[in-house]
Design a protein. Structure first.
Lengths: 406, 406
DNA sequence: GCGAATTAGTATGTATTCTAAACTATATGT
DNA sequence: ACATATAGTTTAGAATACATACTAATTCGC
């Protein structure tokens, strides 16, 4: 390491300008609004530490953006002049889209957090050219946009989640092994999902989006720091730390699938050995359970696994148990390395629930007692990634409301 | 997870005030100065994007703090009026202190990054009461402060590094197993290390401080994202991501020592099983090499290990190799989970250099080919933590120069 | 019912701090 | 010497938050 002060890094910070203060305070006021409660200017002033005068001025600008609206007068029975309620407008939302191995999905989430439109198409995307998939996705998005417009929802932005490594800045899918995609640029295709939306459309990883959906729209205990495990065809992961997604310096943090859990284990498709995916991936579990690919669909094979488990088939049960143990080792690594104590299981891990949860919990207690104290199963089902992608777009809008002015 | 917008979190952000702009820009100007080069107001204006007028005004304030000083006129042979050089003042510095198992150390680093004073006392701290240790540390610090004052260095702040889990906010050592410390409050003791210093004295973890020292004062290739492995009595770790320390939500990230690398491994003192420390800790290596504690000092036993290795003792070599393999599994977990590709080895790992580096590298290549591409050995020796603790204090001062005004 | 008390929200004047543009200062080149 | 170029300062103007005083709308006590 040469001397690096951390102060001469190339990413020179922009100078602070007087207008930055207002940009920040506009966003700050929005953080005091919740989807389900109304707040008055006076309450916001107290909560933020701004003066009433400043809040009035900021709220006037925010009303002009259409993000919030007045909701008549709040009568609370107390003495004094009642305040005017402020709340997120129900007439603005964002579009979320997902391309996955077995399906396409598009939805619209409004500022109050409700999934107002959602459509899903089953599709065997493993063997189709990307262009075909994207064309079908665009058709689906157009229908969803139409439905949203009919409900009076204007789109602020959008997001597309894919099961692979992405570069949001360039709109490129670096690699999505289970779709057989590599280095595919979606720049124009992204914009077309929500044409004219002021906050644009951003590409994201499916596990990351699902992890955020759990934070924003999930139903479990309130935890703001956890590892989300997405059991799709591969094993994906998303790290949420202090209520925000942790992506690492290169943007690819949380890749649980290829953490090594058994140095003497099987070779993995990644070139490594003993990766989580070789024990807890969909194929690995099915193979270990004796359900080799007989040309049947993934859904059918998963159903067969469920049946075997229900029958008490020893091979199936042991396959799932070994998957749980493999996950435990990776989860402990995450707990130690990034300091977290909660895990959320999604995808087929959520479907397998206790069958995988019990051995996972037992292994956690054996290998690192007391370290991981909360295990939760996602209840968002297959809408998680769509909701997360849309939610991220909404949050982009809320984080820079000044962009919507003028 | 209940609905959590991430916007209603209790840690409500402070409102932006007009004065914040200046605070930010004061710090911004300082980021354009490097320890070894001088810059002019005009150059700073171009680099930051601020106007010359603003930079002049900001620099005037910074000169008043004493952090920087004018260095005469820069004559570059070009046409036009030459600029006035600006550089960090050599007359200000910060104190770094370290309590470790076998020694105490205190030093002073100036704003140009030079370790101007350094003293070290060997001490068997494992069996002494904390009060005795701290009393000796304070005596040492007083001598070092005197030496710094004699060289004309004023102290801006300080830092104390200890080998354990700390809470910087409360000045508490939660636990330092190898010192047999638990829940020890150092609040007053900290302030006494650098009395009157405007930026105070902050408690930190030894591995974290050493990791930062490598970033700021290290000699290897320029990398701004890496895992630092500190081989002291225990195995510590520090994560540097994008030129800053990653501490996680709870502040205890990077705890490599208790990552599980062998689910069928030995019980660990932490209650878990197969932890890195059971294979790569100092005791574990010495025991596996057949050098059981015969009452001799740690230094003597480490010397014996070096001798055995030099002789080609198979047991010693295999002990170190197994340690390397254990580290590899943990390093891969870090690489996948937090997205990094570089590792720096410090402490006794640096002393063992290639002996541990070769098996580590081989295991990395076998288990996750191509993922971890840089392996570096620290050259800061035992001054790393002291330099890091002092450097952190200097950076606190540089990050909020407005505190030094008035 | 009516005034006092209480709270919500707005208007006005001031301080801070940025930018833009004009100005002064000091060098090199011919 | 004088043109040219660059460094740094001065001055005027704009944005924005704060403090304070003001207006608006409600409940409480009688």
């Amino acid at each position: 390491m040469t001397v690096r002060t951390g102060t001469t890094s190339p990413g020179a910070e922009a100078p602070g300008r007087v207008g930055d203060v207002r940009r920040r305070n506009l966003a700050l006021v929005l953080t005091r609004l919740t989807p389900h409660a109304v707040a008055t200017r006076a309450e916001i002033a107290v909560a933020t530490g701004l003066t009433k005068a400043s809040v009035s001025s900021l709220v006037a600008d925010l009303l002009a953006t259409g993000l919030i609206e007045e909701r008549g007068v709040t009568r609370d029975g107390e003495r004094g002049r009642p305040g005017v309620g402020l709340a997120f407008s129900p007439g603005q939302g964002a579009l979320g889209a997902e391309v996955n191995v077995d399906y396409l999905a598009v939805g619209v989430v409004d500022l109050q957090g409700t999934l107002r439109v959602h459509e899903r198409i089953e599709a065997a995307n493993q063997r189709r050219p990307p262009e075909d998939i994207l064309a079908e996705l665009h058709g689906l998005a157009a229908r969803v946009r139409k439905a949203a417009a009919d409900k009076g929802i204007a789109l602020l932005g959008g997001g597309l989640a894919v099961p692979g490594l992405v570069e949001p800045d360039t709109g490129t899918v670096v690699t999505a092994p289970n779709l057989a995609w590599a280095d595919i640029s979606l720049k124009e295709g992204l914009a077309g999902l929500a044409p004219g939306a002021p906050c644009g459309v951003v590409l994201s990883n499916e596990a990351d989006s699902a992890a955020l959906a759990e934070l924003w729209y999930g139903t479990g205990p309130a935890v703001d720091t956890y590892l989300y495990l997405s059991g799709e065809v591969g094993v994906g992961g998303g790290l949420v730390i202090g209520s925000s997604l942790f992506t690492g310096a290169g943007g690819h943090a949380g890749e649980v699938g290829h953490v090594v859990v058994d140095p003497r284990g099987r070779r993995c498709s990644c070139g490594g050995r003993g990766c989580v995916e070789t024990m807890a991936g969909q194929e690995a579990i099915l193979a270990a359970a004796g359900l080799t690919d007989g040309g049947s669909t993934t859904a059918a094979r998963l159903a067969a696994l469920q049946a075997s488990l229900a029958e008490g088939d020893a091979r199936a049960i042991s396959a799932v148990e070994r998957a749980g143990e493999a996950l435990a080792v990776a989860v402990i690594a995450a707990a130690r390395l990034v300091d977290l104590s909660a895990v959320v299981l999604g995808g087929h891990f959520a479907t397998l629930r206790d069958l995988i949860g019990r051995p996972l919990e037992a292994a956690l207690e054996d290998l690192a007692p007391g370290r991981v104290t909360a295990l939760h199963f996602s209840e968002l089902g297959s809408t998680a990634a769509v909701r997360g992608a849309a939610g991220a777009a909404l949050r982009r809008a809320l984080a820079s409301p000044h962009q919507l002015l003028r």
